[in-house]
Design a protein. Structure first.
Length: 252
């Protein structure tokens, strides 16, 4: 198994053959696995997770630095990726995450191929890059708030240049189904959230607040604060079920 590609955590890995007409432009893939969706509207649903590698942001608390700060992975054709997912062909949901999947060439082809095989496709994105040709069933957008800004100067420049909220308008206008999931540290983040909702006409009924953290203690402490905020402000709350169940590790 190539370093950085996990096809079947906890089991023997399967070397799938590519489809007959693989794309000529490869996608950088970190891991492909089957799990439960841990966040947002579809939390608890079994899903196939396709994690791409490479990101245009440098969030200081990034929980997958191996797909952003230090991207790892294997170049795979769309045909190879889809062939690998077919060992879980009865799983309805397929999630394409990252990193930032909207950076990947031929993402539209991957989405279409998975949908053609009967999967309900979600793309998880920071919402800084939009493409008319990428049409999943569901967009899960996670605009990054001010506390995501890194401390290191060169990373700050890259992050500030690319953390563009303007495409949120396009996602909202073009998407029939989406959620907007804010990673929140505390009450101090509410002002920026409200500003983004107003400026980019984000659907308030589709806003989720999720505690920032990768350990049980932090998630619990911040989760209690966010639960009260959600009750008061009318937002939806989402935890990080996969971390609560399995801890912060690959393949979950």
């Amino acid at each position: 198994m190539s370093r950085g590609l996990l096809l079947c955590p906890g089991a023997a890995c399967v070397n799938a053959s590519p489809l007959s007409n693989p794309t000529s432009i490869p996608v950088l893939i970190y891991e492909v696995f089957q799990t439960l969706q841990g966040e947002g509207k579809y939390a608890g649903h079994p899903c196939i997770f396709v994690r791409t590698s490479g990101c245009n942001l440098r969030c200081t608390w990034c929980d997958t630095p191996h797909t952003s700060w230090r991207p790892q992975g294997t170049q795979r054709s769309v045909g190879e990726i889809v062939a690998q997912t077919q060992q879980w062909q009865d799983v309805e949901h397929a999630v394409i995450s990252g990193g930032e999947p909207m950076l990947q060439p031929d993402l539209d082809e991957l989405v279409d191929a998975l949908r053609d095989r009967g999967h309900f496709v979600t793309i998880e994105s920071a919402g800084t890059l939009f493409s008319e040709s990428v049409r999943p069933d569901f967009f899960s957008l996670s605009p990054k708030l001010a506390h995501a800004r890194p401390d290191e100067e060169s990373a700050q420049r890259l992050h500030d240049r690319n953390n563009d909220y303007a495409p949120l308008h396009q996602f909202v206008a073009a998407s029939s189904d989406l959620q907007v999931k804010f990673v929140v540290q505390g009450e101090q983040d509410l002002l920026q959230i409200e500003q983004l909702i107003e400026q980019y006409q984000l659907p308030r009924e589709e806003i989720y607040l999720m505690p920032e953290g990768i350990d049980d203690e932090t998630l619990h402490e911040r989760g209690l604060i966010l639960a009260e905020i959600c009750r008061r402000e009318g937002f939806s709350f989402t935890g990080r079920m996969h971390i609560e169940l399995w801890g912060h590790r690959r393949g979950t």
